[in-house]
Design a protein around this ligand. Structure first.
Ligand SMILES: [Zn+2]
Length: 208
């Protein structure tokens, strides 16, 4: 991965040149596309951090989609986060990971507010499912990891699955333990739970 600084320079120069930044996972077709840069609201000084997370989310989402597409049956990684393997639930997961990957996270709008009354302090981000591509980022987002588990990129994937056009997932439960338990107890809910999509994508600790 390029450093944050080189990443921002790369994007800035790509933006000026009007050409696609040569980043992994964002040039599948090989054709030149106009470079994306998010729209920001109230995010002064945090634009590069968010753009880096958006780019990381694109790469993470692509790898995850490819992994799910390759599955022919249960694997430790699948059953850990989505429970008992069925063709129907696997199809749901594949559909959601495939659909979110058609989104360009660098083309999203990021709104650095957290103005919902009564919103708990540990909320990382939120969306209105019908406001496609608009992600509200809370202060906790900026305390998330950049690699490994509970990442900023994972949070963007989590939010992306909520959009009605993507997967319309719910927040049945949150946190590692609850998500692991949901996979065992109620795989039909786990396959519709945003946190399970995030943890499955991050895959920490690593499972095959
Ligand atoms: Zn959520």
């Amino acid at each position: 991965m390029p450093s944050l600084k080189s990443f921002s320079l790369l994007l800035a120069s790509a933006l000026l040149a009007g050409a696609a930044p040569p980043l992994n996972g964002r040039s599948e077709t090989g054709s030149l596309k106009a470079a994306s840069w998010p729209t920001f609201q109230q995010c002064e000084g945090r634009e590069t951090v968010i753009a880096k997370a958006a780019n990381d989310a694109q790469i993470l989402g692509k790898a995850t989609k490819d992994y799910v597409a390759s599955l022919k049956g249960p694997t430790p990684r699948y059953t850990t986060w989505f429970g008992n393997f069925t063709l129907a639930r696997h199809a749901t997961a594949l559909n959601i990971y495939s659909t979110i990957h058609t989104n360009d996270y660098l083309g999203y709008t990021y709104i650095c507010d957290c103005d919902l009354p009564g919103l708990p302090e540990d909320v990382v981000a939120y969306v209105y499912p019908y406001q496609h591509g608009m992600v509200h980022l809370c202060p906790e987002f900026f305390r998330r990891n950049t690699t490994g588990k509970n990442t900023q990129a994972g949070s963007i994937l989590h939010e992306a699955t909520h959009f009605s056009d993507n997967g319309a997932t719910e927040d049945w439960v949150s946190g590692t333990d609850n998500s692991l338990k949901l996979a065992i107890d109620d795989p039909d809910k786990a396959i519709n739970n945003a946190a399970n999509y995030k943890y499955f994508a991050e895959n920490v600790p690593f499972l095959n």
